[in-house]
Design a binder for this molecule. Sequence first.
Ligand SMILES: [Zn+2]
Length: 122
Amino acid sequence: MGRWLNAIIRIATVEKMIYTCKACGFSEGRGILPGSTCGLLICIHMGIASVPLLKIVKHIFPDGLGWWWLLGGPLLFVASLIVSYLIGLFVELMEWLLFCRKKCPICGKRKWSWGYVSGFGL
Ligand SMILES: [Zn+2]
């Protein structure tokens, strides 16, 4: 599991989030997160998101959805996309909070911009 996680992190860190100091304009690639546009990360998030969603569906429909899967499938897909986006935002917020405690190496202030990616991620 640990080796797997390392491999995923190594792939995901090809493009780092960039944080810019609002005071002096110094920017730094930081953290373990790629941009929120990284397809791989969205897939992981969707995997995480679909577990509780499937449990909720099973709870509401204990006998299964039957033909309703034709409607439920796409709905579940959209729902997991939304949840995965929220997870991504949450993880980014956590990283931003961690990063913001660091002082800027140039001017010593703690005014960092929200992390962003140069290019399109993936
Ligand atoms: Zn600065």
